[in-house]
Write a protein that binds this ligand. Structure first.
Ligand code: HEM
Length: 121
């Protein structure tokens, strides 16, 4: 089954192409059928990294977003590349804007980003 297709099905997702993180608020996930959302597959071969990946993503996002706003680099194309996994064809380049005057050089070494532009490729 193709997540790309099912995750864009308007039976379960209003305006599926729009970035609406708030759609996941409350008990949304319990109101849609079990396999309307299955990024980690399902059945006996489902992803063993499921819980780890969700925890890791939330932690990284919360850690970075506390200190920075992420803005897409203007005119950098964001396009999918279908491979074994779906990935951004040209990476996703963003600029970090510090929140509350928290410039990267003023952060403790361990919290400094390794580069100002993050690329997913
Ligand atoms: C956002 C992150 C991730 C996504 C979206 C993802 C997605 C998937 C999907 C769709 C499958 C195939 C499931 C199926 O055949 O039904 C899979 C399998 C697998 N994933 Fe992940 N995965 C992620 C992260 C991880 C991580 C962090 C690990 C390891 C720590 C991991 C380890 C595995 C393994 C070992 C399998 C093969 C399981 C098997 O065939 O028995 N994945 N993953």
């Amino acid at each position: 089954m193709a997540q790309w297709v099912v995750h864009r099905d308007t039976r379960w997702y209003e305006a599926p192409e729009e970035f609406r993180p708030e759609r996941w608020e409350g008990d949304f996930i319990r109101r849609i059928p079990r396999f309307a959302y299955f990024p980690f597959g399902g059945g006996p071969r489902q992803c063993i990294g499921n819980s780890f990946a969700v925890m890791e993503a939330a932690l990284i996002l919360a850690t970075v977003a506390q200190k920075y706003r992420l803005r897409l680099v203007p005119d950098h194309p964001v396009a999918p590349l279908a491979s074994i996994t779906l990935r951004p064809r040209y990476g996703v380049r963003v600029k970090l804007e510090s929140r509350q005057g928290c410039a990267p050089e003023r952060l403790p070494q361990a919290n400094r980003p390794t580069t100002q532009a993050i690329s997913a490729d």
